[in-house]
Design a protein around this ligand. Structure first.
Ligand code: GDP
Ligand code: MG
Length: 166
């Protein structure tokens, strides 16, 4: 099986970190600066049973200028073409306007969207379910997967789940 997977989420939720963990290479530009990931970066994960290409999308955010508009268009275009979209959110924060804006954009597409509650290492285990329930209101998600991109926690489970959609 093979297919394309896009990562979306507001700046600093951990898209580049997760991408690096998934493909085990430093292909994405890591930075705390929101605008670092200007272009889609293609990275390939090859397993004996499956191959997937990951697209690190530029942050989808309310465009404030022409370049911003272009970046949002590129990101949204990529999302329509992929087999799975991973919507990353911050486990340590409740849903905010940035998440809501992205959810609005995702509502119109047919691509299955996974809710990725990232940075679960920053919160208590007992708080995970409550946080998931807050984010689940944003969109009908195909799957919900709590992860720590930094620690690599649950990343194998994520890969196994993606394969089911390819
Ligand atoms: P992006 O803007 O969505 O690509 O986010 P980055 O991957 O650049 O990550 C932003 C910051 O969050 C960096 O300092 C990362 O080290 C940190 N980060 C990413 N994933 C995790 C995680 O699972 N746990 C913790 N504690 N920090 C994380
Ligand atoms: Mg990034």
């Amino acid at each position: 099986r093979s297919g394309f997977v896009a990562l979306v989420g507001r700046p600093n939720v951990g898209k580049s970190t997760l991408l690096n963990k998934l493909v085990g290479q430093k292909v994405a530009i890591m930075s705390d600066k929101p605008q670092t990931t200007r272009h889609k970066i293609h990275s390939v994960l090859t397993r004996n049973d499956a191959q997937m290409v990951f697209l690190d999308t530029p942050g989808i955010h309310k465009p404030r200028h022409k370049l911003g508009e272009y970046m949002v268009d590129v990101a949204l275009g990529a999302l329509k073409e992929v087999d799975v979209a991973l919507f990353l959110v911050e486990a340590s924060e409740a849903p905010g306007p940035g998440d809501q804006y992205i959810a609005e954009q995702l509502k119109g597409i047919k691509t299955p969207v996974f809710l990725m509650l990232n940075k679960v290492d920053l919160i208590q285990r007992e708080a995970v379910l409550e946080r998931i329930l807050q984010y689940k209101d944003l969109l009908p998600f195909a799957e919900v997967i709590p992860v720590s991109a930094l620690a690599g926690e649950n990343v194998e489970r994520l890969i196994d789940t993606i394969i089911k959609y390819l």
